[in-house]
Ligand binder design. Structure first.
Ligand code: COA
Length: 320
């Protein structure tokens, strides 16, 4: 017994912010951003919070899967930008959907979050504890970005992607995930320092801070490495894979992964030109796009992979 993705959905805020729009806020240019990252525009939330975006994506995924809300046993929301410290965003999604029979909780694994969530529900399903799951990746990174820092503010966007995952004889063949906390400082955001009544410290809310070159080096090594590892674990050859659906941080990282895996770039769909890096939403957003375009056929072999703050990474190989 394994589990299979039987439906996908996504949501992106309506507000488009182009590179030219950003060049009015910070010293940058469309040419610089496109040539370094492949990003042309991103969606920025004006009103929508993480739970709202996650709920909209989840509704579409359930509709696409043809499942009723009462079928959902577990909701896992991967996010680093929940609207509140508590309740968990997943519980807010549960309430908004009326998924009364489900258990709901969040996980934080930054841009690897969707892969981590998928691994968690796959494990529950494999052990027979649950049968049908909603895995959602949603992030509202625009609220963590320092809009005066051109090194980071041009990279990120807001959005959500969701998948309905169900027990099945075919589907996920293998998954891997990993983390290296010793590299945590290369991509971080201090949420709340230890201020309390007794030490007199004032709680501080930080912005996203990144050492771009270190993150880049990490990604171009780790992404192909974990893709090779997941394929080896499934006893599959890289040639069998139709699409490598990688975290959409930067087209140069995707290109480098394709090169190291010795696979044509056509097998690596990309949409960061329109959404930027949407963190936990990026992999399911792209997966949903391919699904809606009818590019995924039953039996296709896919690899999904993500990397992000932590540092964290994860990959899955599956039959569609
Ligand atoms: N517009 C114009 N110039 C910019 C700029 C921007 N938006 N951002 C940085 N620069 C400048 C820098 O200030 C620097 O100027 P200097 O040489 O005068 O000091 C110059 O461009 C080169 O900066 P550098 O950081 O070396 O650029 P880079 O080629 O490494 O590209 C990134 C920067 C962020 C695009 C790249 O490092 C990257 O993609 N890293 C991975 C980031 C990522 O994927 N993060 C998410 C992980 S989930």
């Amino acid at each position: 017994m394994t589990s299979k993705i039987i439906g996908t959905g996504s949501y992106a805020p309506a507000q488009i912010v182009t590179n030219d729009d950003l060049s009015k806020i910070v010293e940058t240019s469309d040419e610089w951003i496109v040539s370094r990252t492949g990003i042309r525009e991103r969606r920025i939330s004006l009103e929508e919070g993480t739970s709202y975006m996650a709920t909209e994506a989840a509704k579409k995924a359930m509709e696409n899967a043809g499942v009723h809300v009462d079928d959902i046993d577990i909701i896992v929301l991967a996010t680093t930008t929940a609207d509140n410290c508590c309740p968990a965003g997943a519980c807010e999604v549960q309430a908004a959907l009326g998924a009364e029979k489900a258990v709901a909780f969040d996980i934080i694994a930054a841009c690897s979050g969707f892969l981590f969530g998928l691994n968690v529900v796959n494990s529950f399903i494999q052990t027979g504890i649950y049968r049908t799951a909603l895995v959602i990746g949603a992030d509202h990174l625009s609220k963590l970005v320092d809009w005066t820092d051109r090194g980071t503010c041009v990279l990120f966007g807001d959005g959500a992607g969701a998948a309905v995952v169900q027990a099945s004889e075919t589907g996920i063949r293998h998954m891997v995930m990993g983390s290296d906390g010793s590299k945590g400082s290369i991509l971080s955001c201090v949420a709340r320092t230890g201020g309390n009544h007794f030490n007199g410290n004032v709680p501080e809310l930080g912005y996203l801070h990144m050492n771009g070159q270190e993150v880049f080096k990490f990604a171009v090594k780790k992404v192909p490495e974990c893709v090779s590892q997941v394929l080896a674990g499934a006893n599959m050859d890289v040639e069998e894979i139709k699409y490598f659906i990688l975290h959409q941080a930067n087209y140069r990282i995707v290109e480098a992964a394709a090169k190291r895996l010795r696979q044509p770039l056509e097998k690596f769909p990309m949409n960061m030109d329109r959404y930027g890096n949407t963190s936990a939403a990026s992999v399911p957003l792209l997966l949903d796009e391919l699904n809606q375009e009818g590019k995924l056929k039953q039996g296709d072999k896919l690899v999904l992979a993500g990397f992000g703050a932590g540092m964290t990474w994860g990959a899955a190989v599956m039959e569609w």
